[in-house]
Design a protein. Structure first.
Length: 154
């Protein structure tokens, strides 16, 4: 996994903001795209939702939410390679992103990588052991589901 320095990330964010200004893609435009993507997700139109989410990923790499939602949709379609690429892209930019760490753990659990998945969940829960954040709640839920599966098979 590639990681970027703070200086590289800042340069990227500055360039992204400048490009958005030049193209006229303000926050209103991005919010409209997010709304459209959610509309398609809610309506069960995954292909259209993924198109919108891919656009959002390309236009704004500072917001991890579209990439993780796209990863979730790809997983539901059985395209784990695409899901993994989106999760890894977020983690390359934000290595401590709790939501992405949980998503990576879920992906690893699906492929039977229990030890590495548990390590990721422990990382998230080290900062939120009581599930006060959405990522902490999700980490606890994923850990509980994994434990239940192990109990059934063990």
């Amino acid at each position: 996994m590639t990681t970027f320095s703070t200086q590289e990330l800042q340069a990227y964010e500055n360039g992204t903001m400048e490009l958005k200004q030049l193209l006229g893609f303000g926050d209103d435009y991005l919010q409209a795209l997010k709304g459209r993507a959610q509309f398609f997700v809610d309506g069960g139109h995954r292909e259209r939702a993924l198109i919108m989410l891919e656009m959002l990923c390309a236009l704004d790499r500072t917001d991890f939410t579209p990439a993780l939602l796209a990863a979730e949709l790809y997983l539901e379609e059985g395209a784990s390679d695409s899901a993994e690429a989106h999760i890894e892209a977020v983690l390359a930019r934000m290595p401590d992103c709790a939501e992405a760490l949980v998503a990576q753990a879920e992906l690893q659990l699906r492929s039977g990588e229990l030890t590495s998945a548990a390590a990721l969940l422990r990382r998230v829960l080290a900062t939120d052991s009581h599930g006060q954040t959405s990522a902490g709640k999700r980490a606890l839920a994923v850990a509980a589901q994994a434990h239940a599966r192990l109990q059934q098979h063990g």
